[in-house]
Design a protein around this ligand. Structure first.
Ligand SMILES: [Zn+2]
Length: 339
């Protein structure tokens, strides 16, 4: 008999859906496996206001072609955000504001130059109950990519101390220092974990070859960092939940002289997580990580539908509409069988 597992339908708390043709290609792949996904606001023309978010939500819904699927919306916090924008966005159903330090990743040219100057914004987010989602890397170009996350931790501490009831998500945690810091902070602070940071180290990006499809921000770190991230997930504290950071770019933009950062993982994340928990003999932690902790942190009801996976090998396709997925051409031991 084939081994199967049925879990509550999961949520993905960090997805880049992009726009236009890419949106149409990738949205159904997330909607196939997930009931809800938090849509990141760093589109070419960013999602800055509640009105932008409502419009973008409609575009994602249409592209997803799946009635079960519900996009969860964010706005981008920039130097130009005002408290009134926060109030209006909350009324429009936006659940999080995403802050990128200027220039740290794709489409982050317009971002936050000084977190302290935005105190009135964070204060308003705290008042209206909007989550602050952080790309936790500093933008100082004299600090190496390997140190940018650790150097951001004082800013995180300042935010936690200054806004004690503001909910904060430290996105795509990639270092042991950040895992320790988040673990010790109050329950208002959590972190998302991606599949690629559970699987990769720096050597999988630039070891024997440069592997552009594994290139992302924050860059995967050492085996030791990866071990600490894995332990945090396996221990199941509730402070670490799933956000894929699935970030598609067409093949041409990855395989070129200045390749873009971002790993497109949407079609493989659920199966690869099943494999991860199975290999670590903690299948019982799988459902909480993908279907419960994130929803609880955001104060959302748990999904009632289910999804089934079976232990059967499949080979990940080489491309989805000119976008190369994470682990392309590799074998996975688990497969989503009933969506
Ligand atoms: Zn992201």
């Amino acid at each position: 008999m084939e081994e199967t597992i049925t879990i509550r339908r999961p949520d993905d708390f960090h997805v880049h859906f992009r726009e236009g043709g890419i949106l149409s290609a990738v949205a159904p792949l997330t909607a196939d496996h997930f009931n809800r996904a938090l849509a990141m606001p760093n589109t070419t023309d960013p999602i800055r206001t509640g009105e932008d978010a409502v419009q973008y939500r409609d575009q994602i819904r249409k592209a997803a072609r799946n009635e079960l699927f519900e996009p969860l919306m964010t706005i981008k916090i920039t130097d130009g955000t005002t408290p009134a924008v926060i109030v209006k966005a909350k009324e429009c159903g936006v659940i999080a504001g995403k802050a990128y330090p200027v220039g740290v990743t794709t489409n982050a040219q317009e971002g936050v130059s000084d977190f302290k100057k935005l105190a009135p914004i964070f204060s308003m987010m705290q008042d209206v109950g909007m989550v602050l989602s952080l790309h936790g890397e500093i933008s100082n170009r004299f600090v190496s990519v390997f140190k940018k996350e650790v150097k951001f931790l004082p800013t995180l501490k300042w935010l936690v101390d200054t806004f004690p009831t503001l909910k904060i998500v430290f996105e795509h945690v990639s270092t042991k220092e950040a895992v320790y810091e988040v673990s010790m902070m109050p329950d208002t602070v959590a972190a998302t974990v991606t599949v690629h940071h559970l699987f990769l180290t720096t050597d999988d990006v630039l070891g024997s070859y440069i592997l552009p499809h594994n290139f992302c921000k924050p860059i995967p770190k050492t085996a030791e960092d990866r071990e600490v991230i894995r332990d945090a997930v396996i221990q199941g504290s509730g402070k670490f939940f799933f956000g894929s950071d699935s970030a598609p770019h067409v093949k041409m933009r990855k395989e070129c002289g200045s390749g873009a950062a971002g790993i497109f993982s949407a079609p493989v994340v659920l199966a690869s997580l099943a494999q991860f928990f199975d290999e670590h003999n903690h299948m019982e932690r799988f459902e909480d990580f993908v279907s419960r902790f994130g929803a609880e942190f955001y104060g959302l009801p748990l999904n009632t539908e289910t999804v089934a996976l079976s232990k059967s090998k499949w080979v990940i396709p080489e491309e989805y509409d000119s976008i190369v997925p994470f682990m392309a051409n590799e074998k996975l031991l688990w497969k989503v069988v009933k969506q």
